[in-house]
Design a protein. Structure first.
Length: 207
């Protein structure tokens, strides 16, 4: 699997929605906070970057959350995930583990899993985070992206393998305003010595 330069980039200032080409990848938008929602709380989130997505999460207890998400790549990517906070503080450091499953169907079928640690630090209404995820993709379909294809993607992904793995890292900051949370950051993918980075921009409502 190789990352290739796109033939046409969207203007960065537009922060336009990314759609992925040629083969599906794991969800680009996953939980970023190591803190739990808190017992009895639920959250609805929406992102416009690095991909258009909506998700619903619910607390399973004081330290554990679970959720479902739908993300628009070249087609719809569905995922479920669970997060457990090993250190869970309203102020200061929090540490959690995240694991999820996903599937997508387009010209090909893909499915897989992702897992990794989440770290965040909260002070006042601000929360800084840094996360790392290992992604494993099982992909079944033709490699039909020719060198003549033109698009408006941040990057193109071409795969000639039915099974591949890659890493993804997130860094950013959340601002909590009563029940509304704003999320701004960046996410980077690394595979076989190639990498690509995209903005994170979204918001959530907790109740």
């Amino acid at each position: 699997m190789n990352f290739q330069r796109p033939t046409l980039l969207l203007p960065i200032l537009s922060l336009a929605v990314i759609t992925l080409s040629a083969c599906s990848v794991a969800p680009l938008t996953t939980p970023t906070s190591a803190r739990s929602l808190g017992k009895g709380n639920v959250q609805l989130s929406a992102y416009v970057a690095p991909a258009t997505s909506v998700s619903f999460a619910a607390a399973l207890g004081e330290n554990t959350d679970a959720g479902v998400a739908i993300e628009q790549q070249i087609t719809i990517n569905q995922s479920i995930w669970i997060k457990h906070s090993l250190l869970n503080q309203a102020q200061g450091w929090s540490v959690a583990g995240l694991a999820g499953l996903f599937s997508a169907t387009d010209l090909a079928n893909s499915k897989g899993f992702y897992l990794g640690p989440l770290f965040s630090y909260s002070k006042g209404k601000a929360e800084w985070y840094g996360n790392l995820r290992y992604n494993r993709v099982y992909w079944d379909g033709p490699d039909n992206l020719s060198s003549e294809d033109k698009d408006d993607l941040w990057f193109d992904i071409v795969s000639d393998s039915s099974v591949y793995s890659y890493w993804q890292a997130d860094v950013g900051m959340k601002i909590h305003r009563k029940r509304i949370t704003f999320n701004l950051g960046a996410t980077c993918l690394e595979l076989g010595g190639s990498s690509a980075c995209m903005p994170i921009m979204g918001a959530g409502l907790t109740y």
